[in-house]
Design a protein around this ligand. Structure first.
Ligand code: UDP
Length: 233
């Protein structure tokens, strides 16, 4: 499914789940190799992953390198302004309230996370930003902004918890612009009716080297949109 504006815009895009599964597998495996603790264990098939159970903080952690989207709208910062240093923002995960922007003080006051947990998550988020900015830079893509989710998972002896990165990282949760043309390769294509959404996701998968082999894919044209069908699992 593709959803935007808190589910007000919704459609089904054939093949998007399979592409995001591959892209997210690639990114989370890379982060694991770089020493970031994540919930990702392995991809099981085209649509499923095996992950560690975690108790998710009710917070969306947003990292921004370039101003666009809600930041530009909210504060009147011109679209495309490169930020001097990465900006971290926090939103409450609550669809009924439209995921409102919150401050660290709100987080501590309402016990959504402890101060030492947020300090640790801030550090991990900035490290992830460094790793992913470099990863996308070599394939000529600008990492504009992205959303992360974190959770607590119990150690084997069930005595201690550790903070791990959870959820997915994909063109659904990142803004990705082509380095030269600034063409959008992410969900903004869907949000803003910029045309074929799957094409952008395929381009990201292709450049990352995780696009399912050509022989397994049949492209089907439905006027403005293209879908991919996987012949083999
Ligand atoms: N984002 C997300 N899920 C959300 C809200 C935001 O993955 O529920 C991502 C979004 O794709 C973008 C970044 O977080 O990469 C910052 O989003 P922004 O606040 O600008 O969201 P907008 O309201 O403009 O979609």
């Amino acid at each position: 499914d593709a959803t935007a504006f808190n589910n007000l815009k919704k459609t089904n895009i054939d093949g998007k789940g399979a592409l995001n599964n591959k892209i997210s597998e690639h990114i989370l495996s890379h982060l694991n190799h770089c020493g970031i603790k994540t919930h990702f264990i392995k991809r099981i098939n085209m649509r499923e992953q095996l992950i560690k159970k975690a108790e998710i903080f009710p917070i969306e952690f947003i990292v921004r390198n370039i101003s666009t989207g809600s930041l530009s709208k909210r504060l009147g910062i011109p679209e495309g302004t490169v930020l001097e240093k990465p900006l971290l923002e926090y939103c409450l995960k609550d669809d009924e309230l439209n995921d409102p922007l919150i401050s660290k003080e709100h987080i501590y006051t309402f016990n959504w996370a402890k101060e030492e947990e947020i300090n640790e998550i801030d550090k991990i988020s900035l490290r992830i930003n460094d790793i992913l900015t470099g990863m996308f830079r070599v394939i000529e893509i600008k990492l504009v902004d992205f959303k992360l989710e974190f959770g607590k998972s119990w150690n084997k002896d069930k005595k201690d918890t550790q903070i791990i990165l959870a959820d997915e990282i994909s063109p659904d949760t990142c803004r990705l612009w082509d380095l030269k043309t600034e063409k959008k390769l992410d969900k903004d294509r869907f949000r803003n009716d910029l045309g074929n959404i799957i094409e952008g996701y395929q381009e990201v998968a292709r450049r990352l080297g995780v696009m399912p082999v050509e022989s397994n894919i049949k492209e089907v044209n439905f006027g403005k949109t293209t879908s991919i069908k996987f012949k083999n699992k």
